[in-house]
Design a protein around this ligand. Structure first.
Ligand SMILES: Cc1cc2nc3c(=O)[nH]c(=O)nc-3n(C[C@H](O)[C@H](O)[C@H](O)COP(=O)(O)OP(=O)(O)OC[C@H]3O[C@@H](n4cnc5c(N)ncnc54)[C@H](O)[C@@H]3O)c2cc1C
Length: 425
């Protein structure tokens, strides 16, 4: 494993952060120092590579982070991916969660130190699998009971019965080929369009690690691993003066998720740019399919459940780097102004019905700011639901259903969920 030495600057910055800890960080620090943790010792504001993590137990390689209201979930996902690639395990808690539910936070930390699933809401779910020995061997890693709430955008939801991170496409293919066909398989990106219900998800969840995030330029096309983020793909295209991929700048998910969802914005979507994608089928076959084979429609592809996109080839057109960069900056600024980017959210909740804007229907039905438990219709953009810090997935889904009922009553239009909802309530 590559070791990342902290820079001089990082060490100075860590000192500065130690002197200016937030109320939630101080509370967490007093718990980590004061309670009995056996031999485990935590350090605070510890530099790892270019990052400074809030709390680190070096011996067990456990990182604990306190997320404030201004956290960017997209940046958190990149940071977590980096730390996990270095062999660290990352637990994140919202500031509100730490201050309001310290006992639940403490139980999660204890469970993580014991090697159990790390989240109090994480629940084992029924499955045809009898134990880890029922899974075929794998060069990558398998984690039992991994909490979705640790990494998906909403930061809610139960556990993945098995979270599998394959080493490469061949590893994934042989694993799926040998896996009992009765076991459900679910690919997850960074969960920017996902509600996982509180009872968790049975079967195997596939999360592609950093080794699937390579991006390269081939003539007028961009070849990308499915785990690369939209912003990374758009930036690579810009650096190669390729136009037409700017819209990916505004999509805070992975390339694989973007293909599956036919993600789009500003009048363009993946269907417009996908030349071909490589898919590992549920039965283990690896196939490279042309864009036309994906049956794209609005925010939808016909990719069968359990098939996993591992690579995509996107077409651009030669353009002017400065113009492309300006368009990406415009997209970033517009998103910042109009969407709750710094909240725990799941993107557009409902598809735009033909001839309507979902946000306008939600607004007209009086749902702006509406709350169920800790879930709220965003005040900033009414087609976004947010977790204010204490929401469960049940709160979020119930809020979405309440909005659908009110919109139907007010306008007669039946809203269709765009966010994928999976798992057991
Ligand atoms: C603030 C915000 C703004 C957003 N703006 C937009 C927007 O403008 N336009 C838009 O279209 N979307 C938008 N979204 C939604 C979301 O970013 C996209 O749908 C994105 O493509 C989902 O990618 P993901 O990696 O997060 O997928 P996830 O949410 O993890 O998964 C979504 C679906 O894709 C499947 N999937 C994930 N990875 C793979 C894979 N490798 N192979 C096969 N299937 C896979 C999952 O099984 C699931 O069905 C926004 C979301 C947020 C939070």
């Amino acid at each position: 494993m590559i070791r990342h030495r902290p820079s001089e600057g990082a060490v100075d910055r860590a000192r500065e952060l130690r002197a200016t800890m937030t109320e939630a960080e101080l509370k967490l620090w007093s718990m980590l120092r004061g309670k009995s943790l056996g031999d485990t010792k935590f350090r605070r504001q510890a530099p790892i590579g270019r990052y400074i993590v809030d709390f680190l137990a070096p011996a067990t390689k456990l990182v604990i982070e306190a997320d404030g209201g201004q956290h960017s979930v997209e940046a958190d996902a990149e940071r977590t991916a980096f730390l996990e690639a270095q062999g660290y395990r990352v637990l994140r808690f919202g500031n509100a969660e730490i201050l309001r539910e310290p006992d639940a936070v403490w139980r999660s930390i204890e469970a993580a130190l014991r090697g159990d699933h790390p989240h109090p809401l994480a629940a084992r779910v029924a499955s045809p699998l009898q134990g880890e020995e029922a899974l075929p061997p794998l060069a990558g890693s398998v984690e039992a009971g991994a909490s979705f709430a640790d990494f998906i955008w909403f930061r809610t939801g139960g556990a993945a019965e098995w979270l599998v991170r394959p080493r490469d496409a061949a590893d994934l293919a042989q694993f799926l080929g040998a896996l009992d066909p009765a076991v459900p398989v679910f690919p997850v990106g960074v969960g920017s369009n996902l509600i996982v219900r509180d009872g968790g998800l049975a079967g195997v969840t596939i999360r592609l690690p950093k080794s699937f995030a390579k991006v390269s330029i081939e003539g007028d096309t961009v070849r990308t691993g499915a785990a690369a983020m939209g912003i990374t793909v758009a930036s690579a295209a810009r650096d190669a003066a390729l136009a037409g991929l700017e819209f990916l700048r505004g999509i805070p998910g992975t390339a694989g998720g973007a293909v599956r969802m036919n993600a789009g914005a500003y009048g363009r979507d993946v269907a417009d740019i996908l030349v071909e994608a490589t898919v590992v089928r549920r039965d283990g076959r690896i196939e490279t399919l042309p864009g036309s084979a994906f049956g794209f429609s609005y925010r939808h592809s016909a990719l069968p459940d359990g098939d996993i996109v591992v690579e995509a080839l996107f077409r651009g057109q030669p353009g002017d780097k400065a113009v492309i960069a300006a368009e990406m900056d415009r997209i970033a600024a517009e998103r910042e102004a109009s969407q709750p980017l710094r909240s725990r959210t799941g993107g557009s909740t409902f598809k735009n019905p033909p001839g309507h804007k979902a946000w306008a229907l939600v607004d007209a039905a009086g749902c702006r700011g509406l709350m169920v438990g800790g879930a709220q219709v965003s005040e900033k953009h009414t087609n976004f639901l947010i977790n204010t810090g204490t929401a469960t997935s049940a709160d979020i889904e119930a809020l979405g259903e309440e909005v659908r009922t009110r919109v139907k009553a007010q306008s007669g239009v039946e809203l269709e969920w765009e966010i994928q909802r999976v798992g057991k309530a």
